[in-house]
Design a binder for this molecule. Structure first.
Ligand code: ATR
Length: 266
């Protein structure tokens, strides 16, 4: 009797994770490309993360993971191998689990963001003045991919000023000029303003000033919400083009799907 192969299984892991759009995105990709696979959300209690990962490692059907808050940095420590962007960010957004059951950690957050800005919004980052609000895991995750686009400068502004300075200090091999400042001391004018704080989750406003936005600036929130975020709403109320992170998620999911299944999503 032929042995039945289990169907390849993928999970988005996080806490909370039930509002994630990833299961629907990957189900749509699978249907579009005729791939037979399962993709589900798996909420993990932080105390049980390592134990759960060890169980997933032993389950031959599990071929990959998407990683969301608060586990991106823990996965960086858990993975057996890392790509350059995950290594630089010290955070992992997606995992490939190979036939040796090794966990290969990738960080696709920055590539997803850059692809959305370039390919969907038709805005180049080259020679632009970029402002990143926040210096936590989300900011670290996008920095490497933005540097590779050769903007004129990148300024990192954070509520806790020291964290912005630390992020700049550890990016020693950046070919782009990096600046750091406190969130309430931002000086200068910027073409692209990226909200990488988690303020939108708590529905909190940031201390933004209109004179930091160049005319025709793009405001981008890495977070997403059904009707936009507090940040995108504030920007739009001041006639600044603003979008939330749904496009970034879609773009990074395309790259992850291609790694996992070997087929391109057009
Ligand atoms: P994440 O992985 O989402 O980046 P994090 O590492 O905890 O999560 O970082 C959260 C970021 O959002 C930090 O830059 C944080 O600023 P602090 O370093 O000063 O804590 C920022 N942040 C969160 N809530 C904020 C708020 N209400 N106003 C301004 N910044 C906020």
């Amino acid at each position: 009797m032929p042995i039945e192969q289990p169907i390849d299984q993928y999970y988005v892991i996080g806490n909370p994770v039930k509002h994630s759009l990833s299961p629907q995105i990957h189900k749509d990709f699978a249907a579009k490309t005729g791939q037979i696979m399962h993709y589900e959300a798996l909420e993990i209690c932080p105390d049980n993360l390592e134990q759960t990962l060890n169980v997933l490692r032993l389950d031959q059907a599990v071929k990959g993971l998407s990683v969301t808050l608060p586990f991106k940095e823990e996965l960086y420590r858990y993975c057996d191998k890392l790509d350059d962007l995950a290594q630089e960010a010290q955070a992992v957004s997606n995992v490939i689990i190979n036939s040796k059951r090794e966990f290969i950690g990738l960080n696709l957050d920055g590539l997803g963001l850059v692809n959305d800005i370039k390919n969907n919004l038709n805005i180049s980052l080259k020679n632009k003045r970029v402002l990143i609000l926040g210096a936590g895991g989300a900011a670290k995750g996008i920095l490497g991919a933005i540097v590779r686009e050769n903007p004129e400068s990148i300024t990192i502004a954070n509520r806790t000023k020291e964290k912005a300075y630390n992020l700049v200090a550890r990016s020693t091999n950046s070919v782009v000029k990096l600046n750091a400042c406190a969130l309430n001391e931002i000086a200068g004018v910027f073409d692209i303003v990226i909200n990488a704080t988690s303020a939108s989750v708590a529905k909190e406003n940031l201390p933004l000033k209109l004179n930091n936005f160049a005319s025709g600036a793009l405001a981008y929130d890495l977070m997403y919400a059904p009707n936009g975020t507090v940040f995108t709403t504030w920007c739009q109320s001041h006639n600044i083009q603003a979008i939330d992170g749904k496009g970034m998620l879609l773009e990074l999911s395309k790259i992850a799907f291609q790694h996992w299944r070997g087929v391109e999503i057009k």
